[in-house]
Structures are given as structure tokens and as C-alpha cells.
Design a protein around this ligand. Structure first.
Ligand code: SF4
Length: 214
């Protein structure tokens, strides 16, 4: 049977199941049925992820010059609160830590302390080239070069320095990952704490941090 529209008799009927939809559904999708309905547990997790992704509380802590690009996000022009993103003054209320550019070895110690005080689930964003490969401080004796040796980074935003639009793009990517359950950094930190501790202690010579208490 031809599926070409017939001006006299209209579009011919297509037998159910003969033309799969782009996402793998047949015509039953139009009736609201899914081929693989979510289990109760999966549905609850999906809702939790959706809420978490739309409620990002960022610890207001600037480590490098990239932090100056965070400030415009709070203004009316960029208005980050429309995405559910807000700044918080304490790690105990925050779930996003932004490393905003170069990170000195002295600051790394404080940043680790801040990260470990944040409640899980929590996410780390590396802002600027300095967090990826050292950037223009690549040969400095005083800064770390690859952030994810010391903290579990979920999203990097490249640039020197990234504009506020790029930051919003990075936040949107983080939100997408949270919604899809793709952010496992905080779990990786717990599972491989010995590896992270070894790396941290290699560059922090005056180590006096308390044990991470779960
Ligand atoms: S990436 Fe550029 S703007 Fe960002 S901290 Fe490094 S030097 Fe500064």
C-alpha cells in the first residue's frame, strides 16, 4: 500500500507497529504508553535529580581572576537565579564548588576543607584554563596544574577568562548531567579517597587537615 497522500481520499491509514517512531516507540506512544515504563525507584530518582538540577547553591569563594566573571551572573543582565542558581556564604548550605581559575597550593588546602564540609550530593566546576592545565601559570611553583588530581571535577569551562555566557553554558551542562544521573564525582571521591589524599599530600607539605568524617 502506498503511503503517499491521496488528495481525493486523504492520508491512508498506517498499520500500528509498521512505522517505528524516532525514539523506538510505535503508535502506542501517542496513547501515552512507554515501551519501558520506569520502576517506582527510578521514577523517584528522576524527580530527585530534576529538583537537584534546578537548585544549585554555589559557595561564593573565588580562587583566581576568573571569579570576577561570576559577579555579573548575579546582575539583572544575566540573572542566574532564573535557573535556580544562587550564591551561599557557607559550605554547609552549598552543593556546587567553583574553582574560579588558578589555585595556589596554599588555597588548595582551604578548598579541600571547604569541599569536605559540603553535604552530598555535591559538584565541582573548574573555571578557566588554569584549572585544566595550569593556563598561563603552567610553570609557576605556587599553583596546582591539573585540578582533577585533587578534587573530582564534574564540568570544566575552558577559556581565559570565560565570559558569563560560557559560565551559564557550563551550568546548563551540569544541570543536564545531574538530571541524567551522570554526575558521580562525589561518589568517586569517597571510593578513591586514598588516591586523592596521596596526590593532595604530595604538594601540601604542612598537612594538618582533620580526617574526612562521613
Ligand atoms: S584562566 Fe585566565 S582568567 Fe582564569 S584564572 Fe587563569 S589566568 Fe586568570
Amino acid at each position: 500500500m502506498s503511503n503517499k497522500p491521496d488528495l481525493l481520499h486523504g492520508v491512508p491509514e498506517i498499520p500500528a507497529g509498521s512505522v517505528p517512531h524516532a525514539n523506538g516507540c510505535d503508535q502506542s506512544c501517542f496513547l501515552g504508553e512507554r515501551p519501558d515504563p520506569l520502576s517506582y525507584k527510578e521514577a523517584i530518582q528522576t524527580v530527585k535529580n530534576w529538583f537537584r538540577a534546578n537548585s544549585l547553591w554555589v559557595i561564593a569563594y573565588g580562587t583566581g581572576c576568573g571569579s570576577i566573571e561570576l559577579r555579573p551572573l548575579g546582575t539583572a543582565r544575566f540573572d542566574m537565579e532564573r535557573f535556580g542558581i544562587a550564591m551561599r556564604p557557607t559550605p554547609r548550605q552549598s552543593n556546587v564548588l567553583i574553582i574560579s581559575g588558578y589555585l595556589s597550593i596554599k588555597s588548595l588546602k582551604r578548598v579541600i576543607r571547604v569541599y569536605e564540609q559540603m553535604p552530598s550530593p555535591k559538584w565541582v566546576v573548574g573555571l578557566g584554563s588554569c584549572t585544566i592545565n595550569g593556563g598561563m601559570y603552567w610553570d609557576s611553583y605556587a599553583t596546582m596544574k591539573v585540578l582533577d588530581l585533587y578534587l573530582p571535577v564534574d564540568v570544566y569551562i575552558a577559556g581565559c577568562m570565560p565570559r558569563p555566557e560560557a559560565l551559564i553554558g557550563g551550568f546548563k551542562e551540569l544541570m543536564r548531567m545531574i538530571k541524567n544521573g551522570e554526575t558521580k564525582g562525589y561518589i568517586d571521591y569517597i571510593e578513591r579517597l586514598d588516591w586523592y589524599r596521596e596526590n593532595q599530600k604530595q604538594i601540601i607539605k604542612d598537612w594538618d587537615l582533620p580526617d574526612y568524617s562521613w
